[in-house]
Design a protein around this ligand. Sequence first.
Ligand code: HT7
Ligand code: ZN
Length: 877
Amino acid sequence: PTTIRLSEYKVPAHLVDAVDLRFELFDNGARVHSTLTVRRNPESAEEFAPLELDGDSLKLEQVILDGRELMAGNDYDETGAQLVIARVPAQFELTVVTWIEPQNNTRLEGLYKSSGMFCTQCEAEGFRCITYFPDRPDVMARYRTRIEADKASCPVLLSNGNDVDRGDLEGGRHFVTWEDPFPKPSYLFALVAGDLVEKQDTFTTCSGREIDLRIFVEPRNAAKCQHAMDSLKRSMRWDEEVYGREYDLDIFMIVAVDDFNMGAMENKGLNIFNSSCVLASQETATDLAFQRIESIVAHEYFHNWSGNRVTCRDWFQLSLKEGFTVFRDSTFSADMGSPTVKRIEDVTLLRTAQFAEDAGPMAHPVRPASYMEISNFYTLTIYEKGAEVVRMIHTLLGPELFRKGSDLYFERHDGQAVTTDDFVKAMEDASGRDLTQFRLWYDQAGTPVLTVSDVYDSERGVYSLKIQQAIPDTPGQTNKKPQHIPFALGLLGAEGEALPLRLVSTEDAASAPTERVLELTKASHTFEFHGLTQKPVPSLLRHFSAPVRLVYPWSREQLVFLMSHDPDGFNRWDAGQRLAVDVIQSLVDSSGTVDIDSRLVEAYRTLLADRTLDQALVAKMLHLPSEAYLIELADSPDVAAIHRTREQVLSHLATSLRDELVACYHRNMDDGEYEVTPESVARRSLKNTALAWLLMINDNTGRDLALQQLREADNMTDRMGALRALVNSDYAEERSQALADFYEHFQSDPQVVEQWFSVQASSDRAGQLPQIQALLKHPAFDWKNPNKIRSVIGVFAGQNLAAFHNPDGSGYSFLADQVCRLDDSNPQIAARLVAPLTRWKKFAPAYSALMRTALERIRNKAELSADLYEVVHKSLE
Ligand code: HT7
Ligand code: ZN
């Protein structure tokens, strides 16, 4: 595979104004007739450049230029990856006919079949698997698409834009023609053909236009679309109110498909979703799934502006649309529920997984400088860190100027393919702020480390905070420059009161704010706060105002104090996490002596008793830091020791707090109607956490409550809560029985079976390697379905850390086998699944040597895909 570099970007030599597509769909394949209206790009320096079209896995049948059929070898050359026509006029019409085989497409890129339905996935480079085309996002064209298929098996035929013509054809076939008036890059093209039912609704936009909304699903899923539809309407309204963005076509469609490499896809007017990200009912989906669906529906909808109307110039700019859109969907979810809880969830993901990526062999900047296979760059760095970068701009500018900036960005670049630099420039121009140094966030990889120290001068009444920043080396990048970091903070007095932050001695205490955003631009800063009569407790990096690692020597007393006094809910939670991390880490290091700090127990006792605090926040605070996070924080982690110690702490907490947990469980039993409001989600979460903890005590209280809950639950959150608690307990017989009953009841529902696989694969009790191997042989497991693969193999390697990191290396070897097998059918999925092995350098030597061996075995596989090649080679370098 070759390396593609941002520095080598050239504007396209040819532009395509219009694309006329005709698809003939059959059981044994599809014929694609594509007619392109092409002209030379006046901005290209290459006046006589050949026409170069990308193609992949295509059978070329015919090429016609301005009515003349071209001859292979004479007029054009077809290599595996390109169709090249050496001599073309300045303007012309080109027809290309290709034959493809969707029914054999297991890569799920381009046109493929899923549960009998034809569907497409063109981002990033799937359109070239459909027809020859300049498959790059800066070539934007208007599309007209005619789909012809058997009417009985494919009564529904969909593509982007508006439905402009339809009719019957001979032999029981029919056609529909779609026209999309908005120029778009090929990655936003979509087609769906199948036997689907639709849920229909309407939305009236701010300017009074009525939009037809449709969600298409297989008939058995007809009753599971209401939540997605409601989420869509909330998203449409929110984008009008918060960003002034109105929907532009007359129809907006969503289709659910079972086999899909990612969560969903924002194709213009025709979003295609992984079924698990759209279908929900009280009986089959957990609260978490309901929330995830709402945020993904919003995310894809928001792309209509941030991604579709204004798109990326090239794939190095991917975060332009993804980072911005994640920021938008995250703010939306915060507005729909609890902003603090949403922030905690986002930061948990960032600190656990993105920080690990940023410290690993695939670390790359938010705007990468090079790649081999673009599918490998749909990463947490592009999405989550990219969103944090936009969030920091929002913090630096404030909400009004940020909105001015986004208005300018959309207005200035509507219909264009642009860069992250254009985005920042619009923010600068609208606000008058200089973001030159801030741009380093896009170019430098690695998580900055902020080391904070303080001194209090009682005589002067001055509290000084010294903040130093350092950015670690990452592959190909050393000696990095200091970045521009917004650092929000507050100071608390002994009673928990918020102290005025007087940065100059003359500042009036009454007018000084109690929270400030300091701007760090140098390697070291010292800030002095005046007029303080006592040494305050600092509340640092409030709301997690920048994606950095914060080092400050908090005492355990200070953390307990912040847990109950910090006015910033996020920092309350974070103080609890830091306290628990500190306790667990010191126990891991003390190897053997289990003397658990009573302050941790008392802090949790206070939490369980506190009815005044937002119960959603309490529910989050009761979650101990995950094993993955503890591993991320450690140098040379010993996974088994971390796992064992965390379990010991959990069971000590459960035993010490047994009565409070029983009371919490009963207090949060909800006998009213099931609803997905923040309050009832918090109640179920608290109840199920209490239940899981009670099952850590083997006195049968938890077991009996779990069995009763399983019998009586009227929703999947409670059912799954009880099942998970039992599966992770020592009650082996009850575990097997509960798993068997659950499967018996839900076996016909693929999304529930995925959850059933996951709950086992993530459990150190039910998910040891022999049991995982048995799951792969289970009749419901399907090697062609990414969700099933993720729910067993992905969950085992990513969440069942003690079993995966078995010191005998069997987990690594198992993963290597599955990755090699999958590489032949679905390279994108194989390259994603291998990620846990690529972090081998981080682990204690006994683990890392075995991980490396497993990776080397993958490297030696015959016919390694470009996707897997890039990840494995970079991680072995
Ligand atoms: N923009 C979409 C990305 C996507 C994708 C990328 C590579 C391979 C398959 C894919 N399916 C969807 C999803 C999003 O971020 O909205
Ligand atoms: Zn996206």
